[in-house]
Ligand binder design. Structure first.
Ligand code: DOR
Ligand code: ZN
Length: 347
């Protein structure tokens, strides 16, 4: 057996799917991401959602104010696609440096009430996006009550993604936080206009994690964790070296009290130890040599942005992550808070 790898040096990675919220709470979470990642795609599902270029620019400023002194971090902004987001707004968004729009099917997840009720209603806007090169980031789940929660991603591919790609063949689409073998296969076989992000928690856990020894609300996110065979398919995709798969944490902070609740919020907070958890997943698959492509190269290549030049170092070293983190007036409980993690990001 070859000796265990003890240290990994990576080109500074980016997070291609992140929630930071707003206000005082945001100031507690942005530093976690800025300590690890050079850039992050910022999700627009605020209340009210970010639907104009002007709102995105103002939100970007507030995020930058939450970045600690001396740390360099670039938020990449997105708009929230609604049934009536005017096609004119796309040119303004492009001008303002907005990189993408997020499609939430109405009712699919946290703060998605303003989401799209029928994709056909957005066609003029998608046309403008295709023209200006803005990406479409998709929460790929149907919302029909008659479709089993665990099947909603696979059904979305047939009902919505395939027609969408037929109608907009040159619109670049990121199938966000994929959770199933069907999604991984679909993306692997698709043309260069389609890619996918994969979270650390979907690489590390299957759906049993939600129920070990009692209901574990901090493992509840959407799309929900799936069976082991799906987790394995995601690990295979992420470690395959295919440029179609890249890192997107979907770190989604919520006050602990709203997750430990009769109707708990969906979202796992992983920003405190994101790259460490990805290293753990790649290590378990014997694929640490593929981590840099996934974490640092495939994302910027797909988005048409330069790769980062800085470096980070990860060391095989046990450390215990915090049980709670301040979150404005509240506190949040990070995924695996209080547990010993095997990889550590060096300062
Ligand atoms: O688990 C999730 N949390 N999934 C989403 O799609 C949204 C996110 C959030 O904003 O909390
Ligand atoms: Zn998300």
């Amino acid at each position: 057996m070859s000796p265990q790898i003890q240290t990994i040096t990576l080109t500074r990675p980016d997070d291609w799917h992140l929630h930071v919220r707003d206000g005082a709470a945001m100031r507690d979470v942005v530093p976690h991401t800025a300590a690890q990642f050079a850039r992050a795609i910022i999700m627009p599902n605020l209340k009210p959602p970010v639907t104009t270029a002007q709102q995105a620019l103002a939100y970007r400023e507030r995020i930058l104010q939450a970045v600690p002194e001396g740390v360099s971090f670039v938020p990449l902004m997105t708009l929230y696609l609604t049934d009536n987001l005017a096609p004119d707004e796309i040119a303004r968004a492009h001008e303002a440096g907005v990189v993408a729009l997020k499609l939430y099917p109405a009712g699919a997840t946290t703060n998605s009430d303003a989401g799209v009720t029928d994709i056909r209603k957005t066609y003029a806007t998608l046309e403008a996006m295709q023209k200006h090169g803005l990406k479409l980031l998709v929460h790929g789940e149907v919302t029909n009550a008659d479709i089993d929660l665990f099947d909603r991603e696979a059904v979305f591919i047939d009902r919505h993604l395939i027609p969408l790609r037929r109608d907009f063949p040159e619109l670049k689409i990121v199938f966000e936080h994929i959770t199933t073998r069907e999604a991984a296969q679909y993306v692997a076989q698709a043309d260069r206009f389609v890619a996918a992000t994969i979270t650390a928690h979907h690489l590390l856990f299957n759906r049993n994690a939600i129920f070990v020894g009692g209901l574990r609300p901090h493992y509840y996110c959407l799309p929900v964790l799936k069976r082991e065979e799906h987790r394995q398919a995601l690990v295979q995709a992420a470690t395959s070296g295919s440029p179609k798969f890249f890192l997107g944490t979907d770190s989604a902070p919520h006050p602990a009290a709203l997750k430990e609740h009769a109707s708990g919020c969906a979202g796992c907070y992983t920003a405190h130890a994101a790259i460490e958890m990805y290293a753990e997943a790649f290590d378990a698959a014997g694929a640490l040599d593929r981590l840099e492509g996934f974490a640092s190269f495939h994302g910027p290549d797909f988005y048409g942005l330069p790769r980062n030049t800085g470096r980070i170092i990860l060391q095989r070293q046990d450390w215990r992550s915090s049980v709670t983190v301040p979150f404005g007036e509240a506190e949040l409980k990070p995924l695996r808070g209080g547990e010993v993690l095997p990889w550590r990001l060096m300062p």
